[in-house]
Write a protein that binds this ligand. Structure first.
Ligand code: IMP
Ligand code: MG
Length: 191
């Protein structure tokens, strides 16, 4: 199956699992405009560097920085993913280090979703190897009920229930990142 409609649709079947619309492209973009304004105000007079966590955050980072009316830089960390599963392996591996020198820089970590918080905790620990002037975290999505690690997320796009979601950068077995909106797995018994 090679075809995928990336614009809004009523539902999406992945094998026999049904995903239903959760956050529309319009809602996502509207919230990103708001986040962009907040960050523009916060970093006015500064030259922040936005560090995306690959792969999931690539779309969010690209839309976010286009709403930041400041000079800024970007870089990426790449972490190992869920593999092809819906549940985290509980292990994180660093697959790509930074290239930029972030010593004395204002750093904003950009994540697609905080689930258990393990990835952000890992990044926080990693950041102790560096000496940034400041460090903040922005995540488009935050699964409030799933968070197990003590992490501080400074800016949250949407707090969401503990559901598996795909689209807008988020994958299921590496696919569906190119959906323009976000879909949630419709659990057994839900309409
Ligand atoms: P955490 O380390 O448990 O907080 O999970 C964070 C990472 O797992 C995110 O950066 C995502 O790549 C991935 N992830 C967590 N929840 C979902 C989901 O619902 N759909 C797709 N990927 C997810
Ligand atoms: Mg991710």
């Amino acid at each position: 199956m090679s075809e995928l409609k990336t614009t809004a649709q009523e539902f999406l079947m992945v094998g026999n699992e049904k995903f239903v619309p959760f956050l529309s492209e319009e809602k996502i973009q509207k919230r990103i405009v708001e986040l962009g304004k907040l960050l523009t105000t916060e970093y006015r007079g500064k030259f922040p560097i936005f560090i995306g966590i690959l792969n999931g955050a690539f779309l969010f980072l690209s839309d976010l920085i286009r709403n930041i009316q400041l000079n800024c830089e970007i870089d990426f960390f790449k972490l190992s993913s869920y593999g092809d599963e819906k549940i985290s392996s509980g292990k994180v591996k660093l697959l790509k280090e930074l290239n930029a020198d972030i010593n004395d820089r204002h750093v904003v970590i950009v994540e697609d979703i905080v689930d258990s918080g393990l990835s952000i905790k890992y990044i926080e620990n990693l950041m102790t190897n560096y000496n940034p002037a400041s460090l903040k975290v922005v995540s488009l999505l935050y699964k409030e009920k799933a968070v197990k690690y003590d992490v501080k997320i400074d800016y949250i796009g949407f707090k969401i229930p503990n559901k598996f979601v795909i689209g807008y950068g988020l994958d299921y077995a590496q696919k569906y990142r190119n959906l323009r909106s976000i879909y949630a797995l419709n659990e057994e018994g839900e309409k």
